[in-house]
Design a protein around this ligand. Structure first.
Ligand SMILES: Cc1cc2nc3c(=O)[nH]c(=O)nc-3n(C[C@H](O)[C@H](O)[C@H](O)COP(=O)(O)O)c2cc1C
Length: 220
């Protein structure tokens, strides 16, 4: 698979097959992803990767836990601005449409959001964290690392779903995994093989047209 195909075929998968993922595959991807660039070559990313019984044990803890109050970071903040709220609503409408969940059915929507806690059935969960003293540039470096992993996973025939939702349970996750309170639990990454029969893995995700995002200057 070339890079353009990996980019084009990556999507956030929200229903996985329960086929296990070999450790060697995950290690190969994470080893290759070490070449991700980062400002000052700080390489601020760290992670714990779980599968099998330890993953199930964490999920049981999460299902019994309440979300952090207050949250350690607010991943939904731009939603306060109408333009970004509209983008969230559009992807939500497409996703819940595929799931045949009505807009008014708040309970069903909440249940589906809670499916984040079991990573939509993915057999592997990567939990990405870094010291709390990291600032915006390093958060952005970590995003590049995650994208590199997601694209390399496509090269292995695998799929993923990034999961900021895990950040809602940062303190619970850190306590369960024995991570320092000075660590920021940023994001989960569900990893596995997509269930291609699941409609939730097929809805169209809209994107802003290029001419509204990028200005080209000085070209002929
Ligand atoms: C950093 C990050 C965190 C995300 N967190 C979640 C999440 O917690 N739960 C979820 O279902 N999707 C999550 N997503 C997926 C986004 O909703 C998705 O990327 C966006 O709607 C575009 O769809 P696509 O990834 O299928 O192209 C996250 C994506 C990113 C990049």
């Amino acid at each position: 698979m070339n890079i353009a195909e990996a980019v084009a075929t990556r999507r956030s998968v929200r229903e996985f097959l329960d086929t296990p993922v070999p450790l060697a595959t995950i290690e190969r991807v994470l080893d290759q992803a070490r070449m991700t660039p980062s400002g000052c070559n700080y390489q601020p990313w760290e992670a714990v990767v779980l599968t099998g019984a330890p993953l199930k044990a964490l999920q049981d803890v999460l299902l019994a836990a309440k979300a952090d109050d207050p949250l350690e970071y607010n991943w939904a903040a731009p939603g306060a601005y109408p333009e970004y709220q509209a983008r969230l609503q559009a992807v939500g409408a497409a996703m819940y449409g595929a799931l045949q969940i009505e807009r008014a059915d708040k309970a069903a929507r909440t249940d589906f959001m809670q499916a984040n806690l079991v990573s939509f059935g993915a057999p592997v969960l990567l939990l990405c964290h870094f010291p709390k003293f990291m600032k915006e540039p390093q958060w952005s470096d970590v995003g590049m690392w995650l994208q590199t992993i997601m694209l390399l996973l496509r090269g292995e025939g695998l799929d993923s779903c990034p999961q900021e939702y895990m950040g809602n349970y940062g303190r619970t996750i850190k306590a369960h995994l024995g991570l320092s309170a000075d660590t920021m639990l940023f994001c989960g990454l569900a990893i596995g093989w997509r269930d291609d029969d699941a409609p939730v893995n097929h809805f169209k995700r809209e994107r802003v047209p290029l001419d509204q995002q990028v200005k080209f200057i000085g070209f002929d």
